[in-house]
Design a protein around this ligand. Structure first.
Ligand SMILES: C[S@@+](CC[C@H](N)C(=O)[O-])C[C@H]1O[C@@H](n2cnc3c(N)ncnc32)[C@H](O)[C@@H]1O
Length: 320
């Protein structure tokens, strides 16, 4: 019993003991005041936070409503814009054309990649970009063609694999490792080449037009023309000289030829097709308007061989 009492007394003693500090009793009081003040600021802060949270919760519905309104407004604006563009016949902005107007053309356009081993990797990369451009333009064209990429392999395939992993998912394109002559009947083929004496007057939707997949700075002059003769297939050049006066005789880049065909299918005439696609600074001037642009032409002469800039759509190759 005596033992229990002693233990209880010890317990109550230690329970009432205050922590000691250098200031003695005064120090204890100061700490208390500090703690209370701190608690007050803390609870004020918590209160503020709580009120803020409450307000945020209360306004949740209002915010939702406002978001909905903004979305609706944007949709309306978009709709108005699309309607306006459609009314204008999309003349100024063909890229934003609505997909529902699209009517695919049965015409086949082949990019023949069988010249791969004749190119350095840096030129293969340019060709890669030109092909990407053809693909993108065809996807948004009013009359997309049946796009065939044939003889794909070698350095071009390597470039596609390394730099453009998504190419395997490209849609509405026929990618083949075989040569076009093994895939399409001879009588249906027309090889496009600036060296052909034949001038293309119009496009035959039943034919397959072949563009040589080559960036060669004209080191391999006439190679596609020779190939066409060797295979015994029809050949023709674009009717550039009938509609456009160029700074010099030009061999066009793959994507320019491709885009001119797409533009012809849309506009129905070569002149508009050429002027939609060929950069004015390349000196492309409508026949009969040469004088008007004479000053401009002088500026342009300096950089007419810009096939080194595949990104800027200025890949026209100068014929030497
Ligand atoms: C850069 S060019 C290749 C030039 C290459 N030295 C050759 O003889 O084919 C790429 C391809 O575009 C096409 N091309 C370029 N200019 C053309 C034109 N004025 N008319 C028709 N096709 C053209 C040809 O199919 C050509 O093979």
């Amino acid at each position: 019993m005596a033992d229990t009492e002693t233990n209880d007394t010890k317990k109550s003693d230690s329970a009432t003991k205050q922590p000691q500090c250098a200031n003695g009793a005064n120090g204890n009081n100061n700490n208390k005041v500090d703690n209370e003040a701190e608690n007050q600021t803390k609870s004020k802060r918590q209160m503020k936070k709580l009120l803020k949270q409450q307000k945020w919760e209360e306004e949740r519905e209002l915010r939702k409503q406002r978001r909905k309104e903004r979305k609706q407004q944007r949709r309306l604006q978009r709709q108005n814009r699309d309607d306006e563009e459609q009314l204008e016949g999309d003349a100024q902005n063909p890229k934003k054309r609505l997909r529902r107007e699209v009517t695919p053309s049965p015409l086949r356009l082949v990019v023949d990649c069988s010249f791969d081993s004749l190119m350095l990797m840096k030129d293969v990369r340019k060709l890669h970009k030109q092909i990407q451009r053809c693909y993108a333009e065809n996807r948004r064209a009013l009359h997309p063609v049946q796009f065939h990429l044939t003889s794909l392999g070698g350095q071009l395939k390597q470039s596609l694999d390394e730099r453009d992993k998504g190419w395997v998912n490209w849609k509405e394109i026929n990618i083949e490792t075989a040569h076009y002559s093994e895939l399409i009947a001879k009588e249906e083929l027309v090889c496009l080449t600036s060296d052909s004496p034949n001038v293309l007057e119009e496009l035959d939707q039943k034919k397959a037009y072949v563009i040589g997949g080559l960036v060669d700075h004209n080191h391999h002059k006439g190679i596609t023309f020779e190939k066409a003769k060797e295979l015994g297939i029809e050949h023709a050049q674009l009717p550039l000289s009938s509609f456009v006066k160029m700074n010099s005789r030009k061999v066009l880049a793959v994507n320019h030829v491709f885009e001119i065909i797409l533009a012809y299918l849309e506009k129905g005439n070569w002149k508009d097709a050429f002027f939609t696609v060929l950069p004015q600074r390349k000196g492309a001037v409508a026949i009969g308007q040469e004088g008007a642009n004479a000053a401009k032409k002088e500026d342009d002469d300096d950089d007419s061989d810009s096939d080194s800039d595949p990104d800027s759509s200025e890949q026209t190759e100068k014929r030497t």
